[in-house]
Design a protein around this ligand. Structure first.
Ligand code: IDP
Ligand code: MG
Length: 139
């Protein structure tokens, strides 16, 4: 996986609240190219594996319940400096702290239901992309 790629999920609250189109529009308007895209729903085992790094955190059970509560949209995005630029575009984890105009500022409802995921490193972008997409689904 090239290091100019990142992985995102539009989380169940964003899908439930009808924000798929608006969020994808903001992502592409900011210069990201969508190179993989699907709507899917995580099983409990999927969510526990994807968020394994957080399994000691007090909110882990809540996080897994939320992330399996409805469909998500998963995508791989390409742009120079993709990981850092996408973290800037989504804003802080807690929407109350997310900068004006960021995706979490515009679309998130709480620190738990915060609309989008964004990989935090090139290595995790590659791992998370491979978790969701076969090679023939990546363009
Ligand atoms: P990030 O998504 O901004 O990278 P992380 O710290 O990696 O934030 O946390 C992963 C996800 O876990 C968050 O996006 C959010 O959905 C959830 N989460 C993080 N902190 C809390 C919390 O204090 N309470 C409930 N859920 C949380
Ligand atoms: Mg994170």
């Amino acid at each position: 996986m090239a290091t100019n790629r990142t992985f995102t999920m539009l989380k169940p609250d964003a899908v439930r609240n009808g924000h798929i189109g608006a969020i994808l529009d903001k992502i592409t308007a900011t210069g990201f190219r969508i190179v993989a895209l699907k709507m899917t729903q995580l099983t409990t085992a999927d969510a526990e594996a994807f968020y394994a790094v957080h399994n000691e955190r007090p909110f882990f059970g809540e996080l897994v319940a939320y992330m399996t509560s409805g469909p998500i949209v998963a995508a791989i995005l390409e742009k120079d400096n993709a990981v850092d630029d996408f973290r800037k575009l989504i804003g802080a984890t807690n929407p109350a702290d997310a900068a004006e105009g960021t995706i979490r500022n515009l679309f998130a409802t709480s620190i738990s239901e915060n609309a989008v995921h964004g990989s935090d490193s090139d290595d995790n972008a590659a791992i998370e992309s491979a978790f969701h997409f076969a090679g023939r689904e990546q363009f």
